[in-house]
Ligand binder design. Structure first.
Ligand code: CA
Length: 230
């Protein structure tokens, strides 16, 4: 399996990105500091790609990229909150293959990884990690990759439809709450939490795939597996 090392000190981003890439079929190691990264490189399996945060508590990504280049034969995706061109140039000068800003979607980051792996010819496994889900509009059902059909309530269906419109992107809670509220009815964050936990239980019971609906803390939700609407 293709191994990815994520070096990021922000815990939620590290966790979200790690979970997402694992679901997409990669083998993932995470490190929160430059020191953790050095330990992972010394003891762990060699990564095909390192996703490197520019601002770490004990080092900066520009210096680390140069350091990695001296000992590792891998690709580097630099991840930063800053998007100005001087930083991008500095990123490429220090040895990054791709420079991404932090508001890139999880899918964009995955696409960048796959593009690098194709260039080096080290992509293993199917590009899409196998069969995906189908949202059945006629029957209000979600069909799991193994063919199991899960009946959905109107609200569950509306929720999944919203997520499907932007696969791999995060749908903001406020936006979902607004879209799911019916005229004259009351729907708030607590109702949304209830809908999501019911759906996740339903998915877990039927297909053991509860984590396909991913919570992005403080932001919203995303559906991390492939899903098509029919
Ligand atoms: Ca950081």
């Amino acid at each position: 399996m293709t191994h990815i090392l994520i070096v990021e000190d922000e815990p939620r981003l590290r966790q979200d990105l790690g979970d997402f890439l694992e679901l997409r079929g990669f083998d993932v190691t995470t490190a929160a500091t430059a020191q953790d990264m050095r330990a992972a490189l010394a003891d762990g399996p060699p990564p095909a790609v390192i996703i490197l945060d520019v601002g770490l508590p004990d080092g900066n990504g520009f210096d680390l990229a140069m350091e990695i280049r001296q000992s590792q034969d891998c690709r580097i995706i630099m991840l930063t909150a800053f998007g100005d061109s001087a930083d991008r140039v500095r990123g490429y000068d220090s040895g990054a293959d791709i420079y991404l800003v932090k508001h890139s979607t999880l899918r964009e980051i995955e696409a960048a990884i796959r593009s690098l792996l194709r260039r080096t010819g080290s992509l293993s496994g199917p590009a899409d990690g196998g069969k995906g889900w189908v949202l059945d509009k006629a029957d209000w059902a979600a069909i799991a990759p193994d063919g199991t059909a899960l009946k959905l309530t109107a609200t569950e269906f509306a929720f999944l439809s919203l997520l499907c419109k932007r696969p791999g992107e995060i749908c903001a809670r406020d936006e979902i709450v607004k879209a799911l509220a019916r005229p004259g009815g009351h729907f708030d964050n607590r109702h949304l939490d209830a809908v999501v936990s019911r759906l996740r239980r339903k998915f877990a019971r039927a297909a053991n795939l509860s984590s396909a609906i991913k919570v992005v803390y403080g932001v919203g939700y995303t559906f991390t597996a492939d899903i098509a609407v029919k």
